[in-house]
Design a protein around this ligand. Structure first.
Ligand SMILES: [Zn+2]
Length: 385
């Protein structure tokens, strides 16, 4: 047994000042105020030294970081995100990849999941997006007709690993694809992304499990109705639909989602339905001059945004800074809600008895001091007595 003492424990709706956390093996055994939780005599004491002790971050949308894609170097890159408190990550595969790349990436991630404790599956950003919202290479199979023989091998290779499939509902033939996805992986969450679908088009496919909008207010569009009158697109569909979660990339300069829109998303969706993601990615392209002051953005060769260099600890700080939300609200968006989206809320996402002891320790400026994965402290020996 390990007893974490002298920490500010971040619960779903408050911070327990000077709380106590009991950890038995890889799970949380008890949590409460000092005095309420009985410390076993032989418990090892871990002095949190006043740190915030929150649920490990759950980052469902990670392409890569530190110079490599997560699916190319899963061991090294998942360790990078773990150092930043991400005790759960999903490797995002995307529509730029050809069929063979989807297959080999799925294979590598599957193998790596045996040894990388925080790598828990795939996030399929594609293959069927709207090519208008993402610079697709000229010769890209996924731009053409949706054909079973093209996607079935990917479903076979990835169905049991993929927790999220992102689609553009306006693509012809998407319903056949969704039917096959749900047959192969009934629990998979369907997300709308890189799309200009109307709320009606999205609503028509809800029965297949649409519950998420991929990077809200990014790579989404709408159709003009008549002479500049504004139609509604995926962002509005998500704001309108209480069941849908909104993914948000919260960078330091509020470039992906500007501050007013961030506040609008939070105001409408509430703390329960916002999911922070990093959409962390790697490219060689240079930043456009006017955005070079922001080091946490990634661009493609056309100078378009292609994700971030964020880690979730930074996204959490940015969200608090841009919206004024509290630390426990930010943790709900960075840990609890994404765990709910991928159906893992019974195991992870909050600091509660029975769940895995996946924890992040943050100092008073919300920088990571240490991380615990399944009861194992990553910086060994820290404050143990
Ligand atoms: Zn994307």
């Amino acid at each position: 047994m390990t007893a974490v003492t002298n920490g500010k424990i971040v619960l779903e709706d408050r911070v327990l000042e000077n709380g106590v956390l009991l950890i038995d093996g890889e799970r949380i055994a008890a949590v409460g105020n000092r005095g309420e939780v009985t410390l076993p005599k032989d418990a090892e004491i871990l002095d949190a030294d006043g740190a915030f002790v929150g649920p490990g971050f759950v980052d469902i949308h990670v392409h890569g970081g530190e110079g490599a894609l997560l699916c190319d170097e899963p061991e090294r890159i998942s360790a990078h995100f773990l150092r930043h408190g991400e005790t759960t990550v999903l490797a995002a595969l995307y529509y730029h990849m050809c069929k063979e790349e989807f297959l080999s990436a799925s294979r590598r991630v599957r193998e790596a999941m045996e040894s990388c404790g925080n790598l828990r599956g795939l996030y399929m950003e594609g293959p069927y997006m709207n090519p208008e919202f993402g610079a697709m290479p000229e010769k890209n199979l996924w731009k053409g007709e949706i054909r079973r023989q093209d996607y079935l091998p990917i479903l076979e290779a990835a169905a049991d690993l993929a927790k999220v499939w992102v689609i553009a509902p306006e693509r012809d033939g998407i319903e056949d694809f969704l039917r096959d996805v749900k047959a192969a992986a009934p629990a998979a969450v369907i997300s709308v992304g890189h799309s200009r679908a109307t709320p009606g088009e999205i609503g028509g496919l809800k029965k297949y499990g649409i519950r998420l909008l991929t990077h809200c207010m990014d790579a989404t569009g709408w159709r003009s109705l008549w002479r500049g009158t504004r139609g509604a697109g995926p962002d509005e569909a998500c704001l309108l639909d209480d069941d849908m979660y909104a993914e948000v990339i919260c960078d330091s300069g509020a470039v992906h989602v500007n501050r007013d829109l961030l506040r609008l998303i939070w105001k409408v969706k509430g703390t329960d339905k916002v999911v922070l993601i990093t959409d962390s990615n790697v490219t060689d392209a240079e930043s456009p001059a006017h955005l070079q002051k922001y080091s946490d953005l990634v661009f493609d060769d056309n100078g378009d945004l292609a994700g971030s260099r964020l880690t979730m600890d930074a996204a959490l700080r940015n969200m608090m800074e841009h919206t004024g939300c509290t630390v426990w609200e930010a943790f709900c968006m960075a840990s609890r809600n994404p765990a709910r989206v991928i159906g893992m809320e019974k195991e992870i996402g909050t600091v509660d008895a029975g769940k895995f002891a996946d924890l992040v320790f943050l100092d008073e400026t919300y920088n990571v001091k240490n991380v615990m994965l399944r009861g194992i402290l990553q910086q060994k020996g820290w404050n143990i007595c």
